[in-house]
Ligand binder design. Structure first.
Ligand code: AMP
Ligand code: GLY
Length: 420
């Protein structure tokens, strides 16, 4: 079959890599892709947030199956338009993607579903939000309602930080995304990510992972999109994962169906685990980045069968063939990220690294210029390895990273510390 993947990050490189291992894939196009993806698939320039452009492209290129990587095309309604055109697609509709796109929507759905999550209150003006913080006191979590590129959440440990966050959001820092603000109870515990395929009726877990959001070693420094990940996440034991399915994910899916907007695609549940019990932090309507890279390394070619079963409503008959393995990915980012950084520096040493089913460098912000890989983004490479133990995966990933010559980049040296 002819497959189109939308996106340009490390997530999409790992999706492409896994899909190409499955003999069902005859032709793969990734739009827009990056320099690493270009080495394994056809890349096409396309405005992926424009549903009719995506639909026209899919028709012209005889695409049988579309896999949507990032959240923006989902929120723009790309899945709806492809479905209306009769094209099979992996991802939720615009209405179902509200589970990521709107915090208040998710909170309402969780309350209706009885899913455990932080207590919350919504505000449309600064003054009552400020009064609420003064009354409740820190710590609290202040969130812009809409999509804010991962920057719309402030975990405020002091009243002053909370009040500043409220003013910042109502002053228009996130545009329309901050017109409504949610203030939440601060939840203590350890965070982990749980990935579940949903076809509207059936939920099939496909792995757990833990991300590292802070820029520097020891979980210091500013929040980022994620500096590394590993799978599985031992904190999400089988019992806790089952509790999350029974108490949080299945009730949420049932509520989405009851509303007439069944959820289809991968549901990424960010969980807070405390005293052996999971509570929901947030949902995302897509794979995590870099969590996808470790999931794809563990699933390999069966990932395509699972995504197809999901899109065709056949998850009740699908199963995951697990190997007893571990995967770990180290993100190499441009110095300065997540703040300002230079673009255009050259990266050497990649050609000498073996690419196998258990060792891959997935590209994120890269471009090829005159045969030279150059850095063009904040997060640039995902050095990923699989092993019989997490330690083995980690040693392998760091050994690979040591061969990459990129003085303008940096990476964390402690990915996996919690589990090790
Ligand atoms: P979100 O975008 O909702 O995932 O929030 C980003 C990060 O903020 C999460 O990954 C958590 O680390 C933290 N966070 C969000 N909500 C809470 C909460 N209610 N209690 C504690 N930490 C939170
Ligand atoms: N790594 C976090 C995310 O993809 O949202």
């Amino acid at each position: 079959m002819n497959i189109l993947i939308l996106g340009s990050g490390g997530r999409e490189h790992s999706l492409a890599w896994a899909v190409l291992q499955n003999p069902k894939c005859d032709r793969l196009i990734v739009a827009p892709g990056n320099a690493g993806i270009d080495q394994i698939a056809d890349c096409a320039s396309l405005d992926v947030d424009n549903p009719s452009a995506v639909c026209d492209f899919a028709v012209e290129n005889l695409i049988d199956f579309v896999i949507v990587g990032p959240e923006a095309p989902l929120a723009a309604g790309v899945v709806d338009m492809l479905r209306n055109a009769g094209i099979l697609v992996f991802g939720p509709t615009q209405a179902a993607a509200q589970l990521e796109a709107s915090k208040t929507f998710t909170k309402e759905v969780c309350d209706a579903a009885g899913a455990p999550t932080a207590a919350w209150t919504r505000f449309t003006e600064a003054a009552p939000a400020r009064d609420y913080v003064r009354e409740k006191g820190a710590p609290v979590v202040v969130k812009a309602d809409g999509l804010a590129a991962g920057k719309g959440v402030v975990v405020a440990m002091t009243d002053g930080d909370a009040l500043a966050a409220i003013d910042h959001m109502f002053d228009g820092a996130f545009g329309a995304a901050g017109a409504e603000v949610v203030i939440e109870e601060f939840m203590e515990g350890e965070e982990a990510s749980f990935f579940v395929l949903c076809d509207g009726d059936t939920c099939l877990p496909i792995g757990t992972a833990q991300d590292h959001k802070r820029a520097y070693d020891g979980d210091e420094g500013p929040n980022t999109g994620g500096m590394g990940a590993y799978s599985p996440a031992p904190v999400l034991t089988d019992a806790i994962a089952q509790a999350a399915l029974d108490q949080i994910i299945r009730p949420t899916m049932a509520e989405m169906k009851r509303r007439g907007t069944p959820y289809t695609g991968v549901l990424y549940a960010g969980l807070m685990i405390h005293d052996g019990k999971p509570r929901l932090v947030e949902y995302n309507a897509r794979f995590g980045d870099p969590e996808c890279q470790v999931l794809m390394m563990r699933l390999g070619g069966q990932a395509l069968d699972l995504m197809l079963a999901c899109a065709e409503g056949r998850l009740a008959d699908a199963q995951v063939n697990w190997a007893n393995d571990h995967a770990l990915t180290v993100v190499m980012a441009a110095q300065g990220y997540p703040g300002g950084y230079e673009k255009g520096s050259a990266i050497a040493g990649l050609d000498a690294l073996p690419e196998t089913s258990s060792q891959m460098v997935f590209h994120a912000g890269t471009t090829a210029r005159d045969g030279q890989i150059t850095a063009t983004g904040g997060r640039v490479l995902n050095v990923t390895a699989r092993g019989a133990t997490l330690q083995e995966a980690r040693d392998q990933a760091y050994a690979m990273a040591s061969h990459i010559e990129w003085p303008e980049g940096f990476f964390r040296t402690d990915i996996g510390w919690r589990a090790l």
